[in-house]
Design a protein around this ligand. Structure first.
Ligand SMILES: [Zn+2]
Length: 135
C-alpha cells in the first residue's frame, strides 16, 4: 500500500509527541479511560493526529464503555485501511489512516445497538478533534 503522505521514521519522530509516536507509528495502545477525547461530546470532526485526514464524524461516536473513543462508522469507507491483525494471540482487524498509514486502533463487530454493528475502537492519541463552529 502506498500512502499519499509518506514520511521517514525520523520525520514522524520529530513531528509527533513520544506518546503519539508509540501509538501511531508503533501500533501501541493507550491505557483505557485516559484519552482526552473519550468524553468529547461536542459536534465536530475527528481527524488523523499524524496527517490531518478526516476520519470520523461526531454523530457516529457512541458510548461503548470500553475506555476508548468509539465510532460505528468512518466518515468514508476509503478514509481508513482495514488490516487483519493476529498479534497478541488474538484475531483482530487493525484500523489505519488510509492517507498516511498510521495506526488508529481496531474495529470489532460488537457495536451493539448501532446502525452498523461495528465498533471502531480508537486511541485518543491517534485523533485530532475540531468542534463545529457554533452558529
Ligand atoms: Zn493519517
Amino acid at each position: 500500500m502506498t500512502y499519499s503522505v509518506e514520511k521517514s521514521d525520523a520525520e514522524w519522530r520529530a513531528e509527533l509527541t513520544p506518546e503519539q509516536y508509540a501509538v501511531l507509528r508503533q501500533a501501541g495502545t493507550e491505557r483505557p479511560w485516559t484519552g482526552e477525547l473519550l468524553d468529547e461530546q461536542r459536534a465536530g470532526l475527528y481527524t488523523c493526529a499524524a496527517c490531518g485526514s478526516e476520519l470520523f464524524q461526531s454523530g457516529t461516536k457512541f458510548d461503548s464503555h470500553c475506555g476508548w473513543p468509539s465510532f460505528y462508522e468512518s466518515i468514508r469507507p476509503e478514509a481508513v485501511e482495514l488490516i487483519d491483525d493476529s498479534s497478541h494471540g488474538m484475531v483482530r482487524t487493525e484500523v489505519r489512516c488510509a492517507n498516511c498509514g498510521s495506526h488508529l486502533g481496531h474495529v470489532f463487530p460488537d457495536g451493539f445497538g448501532t446502525p452498523t454493528g461495528d465498533r471502531y475502537c480508537m486511541n485518543s492519541l491517534s485523533l485530532g478533534f475540531t468542534p463545529e463552529a457554533s452558529a
